[in-house]
Ligand binder design. Sequence first.
Ligand SMILES: [Zn+2]
Length: 258
Amino acid sequence: MNIFKRARIRYILHRHAIAHDLWVEVTEKLPVLQGMTAVEKAHLRELTTLFLHEKRFVGVQGLLLTDAMCLIIATQACLPTLSFGMGCLSGWIDIIVYPGAFRISRDEMDMAGVVHHQERALVGESWSRGPLLLSWEDVERDSLGEQPGRNVVIHEIAHKLDMLNGPADGFPPLHYRMPITGWTDALSSAYEHLVQGVEHHHRVCINPYAATNPAEFFAVISEYFFCAPEVLYVHFAAVYRQLELYYRQNPLLRGRPD
Ligand SMILES: [Zn+2]
């Protein structure tokens, strides 16, 4: 990083520091952050400060966003990028927050080239080089850990990371020296196993939404990796190891409060 960029970051960290009481209040409340080391938390705080400074939070449909709400979103958005830095979340600005699930309508072309008009209710959506859309109701519920393995913010950030090298396909840019075959073998075999289970109406070990396509699989396993790492490790140890290499974090070591 060049000297001017470093000076600018130092300036932002100093000038726009997150209020201490608010930081403590929010980080103590979020189960996903429990067990992090002091060094990890300090780094997360810096990333979150830069994120809050660089992104624009927009509440819509009458939603009034408070500093605490923005911090809850920003902290969880930065958690997966702890070892990457802010660069991986650049190229877009807006975070649009709805009070609850929101409806999106668009035309989509199927494999046969036929265009269908789709209208769906969503709790989150990431656009490539565009905004991040979230339902506050779901952010809040997931932030409190009410549904193990669910976290809409981490899910959407995983899509953002996946789209750094093209359309979301479950294959984000891997680090130097991370063998591609290790990633594709572990993820494809777990994905195929899951799809088989869902197709045969078996009870599956993680959110069946992961069987939608490889992009959703990557986003859902990322949620489990951070929020319910023991579940992912027990059922898909090889996948867990790949995510550990990719995210360069080991949430299993953090433990979870009872
Ligand atoms: Zn998704």
